[in-house]
Design a protein around this ligand. Structure first.
Ligand SMILES: Cc1cc2nc3c(=O)[nH]c(=O)nc-3n(C[C@H](O)[C@H](O)[C@H](O)COP(=O)(O)OP(=O)(O)OC[C@H]3O[C@@H](n4cnc5c(N)ncnc54)[C@H](O)[C@@H]3O)c2cc1C
Length: 452
C-alpha cells in the first residue's frame, strides 16, 4: 500500500495542510488502517478532492484515498442498479451506464467526483426540485466504522447511521461500496431552452415556472450587475431528448458520450486574471451573447451538466491565492434575502466568476445534508479579494437571519457558532459521532475547524 506525505488542498486551493496519504486497493487494506486505532491527528477519507475546502484533509494525520477502490462491481442493464466501490467516479458510472441507457440520478456541476464523495456531501444537481439529492438514490452502502468493522447500511434498516453518513462529510466512517439506482434516459442529449432575464424578479419568476415544466433548471447570474439589472441571468432548463429529437446522423448512436479531450489552461496563466474588471467584462459579454429566448437546442451531457470539466485544472485561473466558494440556501419566503445578498456582492464589487441561482425541492433526512426547500445561490471569489472576509461574514448573518445555511462541501471559513444556528440537527450528529467513535479516530481539518 503506498504511503506518502503530501500537501493537500481542496479545489479552492486555500488552507493547505500536510498529511500521510494512504491508498488502499482492497477493503481489507482499508480496514487494517482503521483497526490500527486513531492516528494522533485522526484519519479521513478523500475521493477526487473536488470539495472546495478542507473537508478531505487532515493536517498531521492520515488521509485514506479511494483512488484504487474504483471498480464497478456490477451494473444491471435491466434495473439500472449499480454496485460500485466508493472511489468510482460519476464519469465512470456514466461511461458504463450510458450504452444501456442509464445515467446518474443526480449530477453535480462536475462529473469528477466519487460515489463516496457524492454520498458524504449528499450532493445535489440541477434536478434537485424533482429528484432530491444523491443519497436518496442510494439503496445501501458498506462502511468501515472507526474501529475497522465493516457494516452494510440501508436507509430502512439503519436510518440513523445512513442519514448521518449522507452529508456527514466522512466523519462516520469510510464508505467502501454503494448500490446506486441509476435513471433511465432515452438519449444522451438534452433538449434545452434558454431564457435571458432582465433582473432578479424575472429570474425568480422564470425559475419557479421552469421548476414546474422541466426536470433540470438553473440560472447563471451576473454577480456584478446593479440597480435595475440586479440579478439578471441566463436560465437554461431542459430534459433528456427522445431519439426522434436527434438529427438523423446522431440516431445511430443515441447514447454517444465522449468525456475525454480536456484542454488545459495555458502554462504560466497570470495570477490575478480574475478581478472585478475581467469578471465584469466577461459577465457582460456572456449575458449579451445569450439569446433572449431559444427553444429546443440539443446539448451534450458535458455542455449541459459539466461545462467547467472541459478545462483541466480551471481552478488555477484564480492564481496561487486560490478562491473561496460560498453557497447558501434560504427557505422560500426569504426572497428579500436573496435580493439583498446580490446587492451586497454587487455593491462590494466582489467578482464572482461562477454565480448560480437555483430552487431546491424537499430536503432528505440527512442530519447535515445541505438542501432544504428554498433558494440556493453559489458564488466564487478570488481568495485575495479585498474586503472578502467582511462580505462573507455579512452574508453569514443574512443567511442565519433568513433561516438558511451554507454548504459544508464548499465552506472554508464560517464561524462554528453560525454553523450551529444553520444546522439545528448538529447535536444529534455530535451524539451519534461520540457513540460511534469514542476514541476520535475520524477527523478532518473541517471537523476541527468547526468542532464537528
Ligand atoms: C466544478 C465543481 C462543481 C460542483 N458542483 C456541485 C454541485 O452542483 N452540487 C454539489 O452538491 N456539489 C458540487 N460540487 C462539490 C462536489 O460535488 C462535492 O464536494 C463532492 O463531495 C466531491 O466529491 P469528491 O469525490 O471529490 O470528494 P472529496 O472532495 O475528496 O471529499 C469530500 C468529502 O467527502 C468525504 N469522502 C470522500 N470519499 C469518502 C468515502 N469513501 N467515505 C466517506 N467519506 C468520503 C471526504 O472525507 C470529504 O469530507 C462541485 C465541485 C466542483 C469542483
Amino acid at each position: 500500500m503506498s504511503h506518502r506525505t503530501v500537501r493537500l488542498t481542496g479545489w479552492g486551493r486555500v488552507s493547505p495542510s500536510w498529511a500521510e496519504v494512504v491508498v488502499p486497493s482492497t477493503v481489507a487494506e482499508a480496514a487494517a488502517l482503521l483497526q490500527a486505532g486513531p492516528a494522533s491527528r485522526g484519519v479521513i477519507a478523500r475521493g477526487l478532492g473536488r470539495s472546495y475546502n478542507d473537508a478531505a484533509q487532515c493536517g498531521g494525520g492520515v488521509v485514506i484515498s479511494t483512488a484504487r477502490l474504483n471498480r464497478i462491481i456490477g451494473l444491471d442493464a435491466v434495473t439500472g442498479r449499480a454496485v460500485c466501490e466508493a472511489g468510482v467516479s460519476l464519469e465512470q458510472l456514466m461511461t458504463a451506464g450510458l450504452p444501456a441507457g442509464w445515467f446518474v440520478p443526480v449530477s453535480p456541476g462536475t462529473r469528477q467526483v466519487t460515489v463516496g464523495g457524492a454520498i458524504a456531501a449528499d450532493v445535489h444537481g440541477k434536478n434537485h426540485h424533482v429528484a432530491g439529492s444523491f443519497a436518496s438514490h442510494v439503496e445501501s452502502l458498506d462502511i468501515l466504522l472507526p474501529g475497522g468493522d465493516l457494516r452494510t447500511v440501508a436507509p430502512q434498516a439503519d436510518p440513523a447511521l445512513f442519514w448521518a453518513t449522507a452529508g456527514g462529510m466522512g466523519l462516520t466512517g469510510l464508505i467502501v461500496r454503494a448500490t446506486v439506482r441509476l435513471r433511465r434516459i432515452a438519449t444522451s442529449r438534452l433538449r434545452v431552452d434558454t431564457v435571458r432575464t432582465a433582473d432578479i424578479d424575472e429570474t425568480m419568476a422564470v425559475l419557479a415556472e421552469h421548476d414546474r415544466a422541466y426536470g433540470y433548471t438553473v440560472a447563471w447570474s451576473d454577480s456584478l450587475a446593479r440597480g435595475a439589472s440586479l440579478g439578471r441571468s441566463v436560465i437554461t432548463s431542459g430534459d433528456f431528448a427522445e431519439p426522434a429529437d436527434l438529427p438523423r446522423f446522431a440516431r445511430a448512436d443515441p447514447f454517444a458520450f465522449r468525456p475525454g479531450a480536456h484542454a488545459g489552461l495555458p502554462p504560466g496563466c497570470p495570477p490575478g486574471l480574475i478581478n472585478r474588471h475581467s469578471v465584469g467584462l466577461a459577465n457582460a459579454v456572456w449575458y449579451r451573447k445569450a439569446p433572449r429566448s431559444r427553444r429546443g437546442e440539443l446539448q451534450t451531457i458535458g455542455k449541459f451538466f459539466h461545462p467547467l470539466d472541459g478545462i483541466r485544472n480551471w481552478n488555477r485561473i484564480y492564481g496561487p491565492g486560490g478562491f473561496r466558494q460560498y453557497q447558501y440556501v434560504v427557505p422560500f419566503g426569504a426572497e428579500a434575502a436573496v435580493r439583498h445578498s446580490l446587492e451586497m456582492v454587487a455593491t462590494a464589487r466582489a467578482p464572482s466568476f461562477v454565480t448560480v441561482l437555483k430552487r431546491f425541492g424537499e430536503g432528505d433526512p440527512g442530519l447535515l445534508s445541505f438542501p432544504m426547500p428554498g433558494w440556493t445561490l453559489a458564488l466564487d471569489f478570488p481568495a485575495r479579494t479585498p474586503g472578502l472576509a467582511r462580505l462573507l461574514g455579512s452574508l453569514d448573518r443574512l443567511v442565519v437571519e433568513a433561516g438558511g445555511r451554507v454548504y459544508l462541501a464548499k465552506d472554508s471559513r464560517v464561524p462554528a457558532g453560525a454553523l450551529a444556528q444553520m444546522y439545528p440537527r448538529l447535536p444529534e450528529f455530535a451524539k451519534l459521532r461520540a457513540e460511534l467513535d469514542p476514541a476520535g479516530t475520524l477527523a478532518s481539518d473541517l471537523s476541527r475547524r468547526l468542532g464537528l
